[in-house]
Ligand binder design. Structure first.
Ligand code: C5P
Length: 235
């Protein structure tokens, strides 16, 4: 039997860079909260069997009602790592593969979710979706002066879902609980254990909604999807 795949969705961020006065995951996009789009994409993926959402602590009941009985909802923590750690603890015992996916990536194609899950099921301990960079990246010092320009060919932008064998993500979070060294993604925690991290091609649509212009972009993409689906498949 194929091992079961669980997805942990940190959705407890305040979304201060986005503004708007409501937690980012509940910002409306094409008439539905962002988190509803994100969970719909996960539900549409073939390989996902459990979804756990870490919600803003005061909104657990609201989010639970929005997402329905098939999604487990629990209060998130102060930082993203705290939200993920809490959600990992409530996954079903028989989940063997864990994906961690930002609520703030509402247009992620279900095929990307399945591609990451498949790569872990095929034996990779940790898998991340990546895209080449459009912009050149500079390292700068505290005064804003350029220190270095790393060659762009060897750099990638990293998206979610990031996938792990369950024992890998649990060991990574246990290590982080001990030493608290800051990292900006879940694979960064696994790298610190010496675990090899495999990459798969990311998707433009899996971008993270961070700033107000991202909402405009997301609305436009959703409108295009709707227009395409109402036209139906080309005959
Ligand atoms: O702030 P940023 O966009 O990097 O957050 C990435 C994801 O982590 C978002 O989906 C956000 O809701 C989530 N998060 C969380 N708990 C926090 C902070 C962020 O679940 N305390």
């Amino acid at each position: 039997m194929t091992p079961r795949v669980g997805v942990v969705v940190p959705a407890a961020g305040r979304g201060e860079r986005l503004g708007g006065g409501v937690p980012k995951a509940l910002r409306q996009l094409a008439g539905r909260p962002m988190l509803v789009h994100t969970v719909a994409a996960l539900t549409a993926a073939e390989l996902v069997s459990q979804i756990v959402v870490a919600a803003p602590p005061t909104l657990v009941e609201v989010v639970g009602r929005l997402l329905g009985p098939d999604v487990k909802v629990l209060p998130g923590g102060a930082e993203r790592v705290d939200s993920v750690r809490g959600a990992l603890r409530v996954l079903d015992d028989d989940i063997r593969v864990v994906l961690v996916h930002d609520a703030a990536r509402p247009l992620t194609p279900p095929s990307l979710v399945d591609a990451v899950a498949s790569a872990v099921l095929a034996g990779a301990p940790a898998v991340i979706p990546v895209l080449p960079l459009a912009d050149t990246v500079k390292e700068i010092d505290a005064d804003g002066m350029v220190v270095r320009t790393p060659p762009r060919d060897g750099l990638r932008a990293v998206q979610t879902p990031q996938g792990f064998r369950r024992e890998v993500i649990e060991a990574a979070y246990a290590r982080h609980e001990d030493d608290g060294v800051p990292v900006t993604d879940d694979a960064g925690l696994a790298e610190r254990l010496g675990v090899p991290v495999t990459t798969v091609p990311g998707a433009d649509e899996a971008f993270k909604v961070t700033r107000p212009a991202d909402l405009v972009f997301a609305e436009a993409m959703l409108a295009r999807r709707l227009a395409e689906s109402s036209r139906g498949p080309a005959s």
